[in-house]
Design a protein around this ligand. Structure first.
Ligand code: DOR
Ligand code: ZN
Length: 433
């Protein structure tokens, strides 16, 4: 007798899609077989797809400090809605995660209200340099901004960057990097200020990203520090990563759905809802990112869920804060990429589940097999879905994904076997995991 069984699903195992049943006990998958034993709680999937829960290694849930934009209750509900069962969060507003006290206080505050597994990054900057080992055991890596972004000033000298990377390497941790060159961005914004949305991809240019990515790779080589480059948006950055990997450097990289679905023409047309850092670039950049996702040069896909207030995202382009709300639709947009031929179901699970599980050392997650955590998502790929604002669990309901036609929708999300989101006229009263 199992505690829980899921029957009638097409289950993505490591050797492909199988019509099998899954038994869950004590928060783990305990049996995967053509027919599993009866259970106390039975879930009938009606032919939906059962995938490992997604691991999103880049979200901003804004708590503590900016709870008016998002908090961990709404952010993790949105994550669960998007098929995400583990979210790693970057605090980029005060208080930054620069001490053990700050991280402990944050985790104590947010864990009880989270529906999915959550982790955080430390902030590596001038203020925390020399003290990273004091809280390395609490974080999934250390975030470094090479340019200012919201509350974080960024690290702009090679001396400081080297010190931080050496320290992270010594601890055996991972540096996660936002790579845009500060001077080039400042100059670009000034030069293209009057062009508004149509000039945003020139203001925060591909060249500014490539320069910073090359700098990060150079210092990775010099210090031996493992680096993970977040949200790449340009062809040149993908080329630089391919070259670094060919040279055997410990570099991994990620991109986000908005960089592989939209182009700068969409930003020009849509305006502030597609304003983000890095900017969305040309069709050629998008195509190279797609190729990188296909061939594994880009290891990970992540949302960079960056919620802002409705009135902020309605503001004129110039004053509109960068960032878009996207974690509610993460798995649906990945299914769109499967439909477009960018991903297969197997590469979807590789980039959004297995690769992040390996990168962050959470290998009990990321695949469906006996002995792994029962973090799972059931998604119906036979019913297309076009979300409205009301469908978003995030506080940030103004999103460029509203009105987008997705080829499927999340039906149920499980964390440790417990249902943390289920389709019920789009909403659920489900409590934290
Ligand atoms: O577009 C962005 N928004 N890029 C970032 O780096 C930060 C983020 C935010 O926090 O809103
Ligand atoms: Zn971000």
């Amino acid at each position: 007798m199992h505690e829980i069984a899921i029957r009638g699903a097409r289950v993505l195992l490591n050797d492909g899609l199988r019509a099998v049943e899954v038994g869950l006990d004590g928060g783990e998958v305990t049996e995967v077989a053509e027919e599993v034993a009866p259970a106390m709680v039975e879930h009938e999937a009606d032919g939906a797809l059962l995938l490992p829960g997604l691991i999103d290694d880049h979200v901003h849930f804004r708590e503590p400090g900016k709870e008016e934009k998002e908090d961990f209750a709404t952010g993790t509900a949105a994550a669960a809605h998007g098929g995400v069962t583990t979210a790693i969060e970057i605090q980029n507003n005060a208080p930054l995660m620069i001490s053990r006290e700050a991280v402990e206080a944050k985790l104590a505050l947010v864990r009880p209200k989270s529906r999915v597994n959550v982790g955080v990054y430390g902030s590596a900057n001038r203020a925390s340099q020399g003290r990273l080992s004091e809280f390395a055991d609490l974080v999934f890596g250390f975030k470094i901004f090479l340019a200012p972004s919201h509350g974080d000033e960024g690290v702009d000298t090679d001396v400081m960057l080297s010190l931080l990377l050496e320290e992270i390497a010594r601890i055996g941790s991972l540096a996660v990097i936002h790579a845009e060159d500060r001077a080039m961005i400042d100059a670009g914004i000034e030069a293209h200020a009057r062009a508004g949305a149509a000039g945003w991809s020139k203001a925060r240019s591909a060249a500014a990203e490539v320069k910073a990515v090359e700098r990060a790779i150079r210092l990775c080589e010099r210090t031996g520090c493992r680096i993970h480059l977040f949200h790449l948006s340009s062809a040149g950055a993908v080329d630089a990563v391919a070259d670094a990997k060919a040279r055997g450097l410990p570099v991994t990289a990620a991109t986000c759905p908005h960089y592989v679905v939209f182009t700068e023409d969409d930003t020009a047309r849509v305006g502030g809802l597609l304003k983000c850092n890095p900017s969305i670039k040309s069709a050629a950049d998008r195509d190279r990112l797609r190729e990188g996702l296909r061939d594994g040069t880009l290891d990970v896909i992540e949302t960079d869920h960056a919620p802002h207030l409705p009135e902020e995202k309605r503001a004129p382009f110039e004053t509109n804060p960068s960032g878009l709300s996207g974690v509610d639709v993460f798995l649906p947009v990945l299914l769109h990429l499967v439909k477009e031929g960018v991903l297969t179901l197997d590469t979807l699970v590789e980039r959004a589940c297995r690769a992040p599980a390996r990168l962050y050392g959470i290998e009990r997650k990321g695949e469906i097999a006996a002995g792994r955590d029962a973090d799972l998502v059931l998604v119906d790929d036979s019913r297309p879905w076009t979300p409205t604002e009301a469908d978003f669990e995030s506080k940030a309901k103004l999103s460029p994904w509203v009105g987008f036609e997705f080829p499927g929708r999340v039906v149920k999300t499980f964390v440790g076997g417990k249902v943390v989101w289920e389709e019920r006229e789009g909403r659920t009263p489900t409590a934290p995991a």
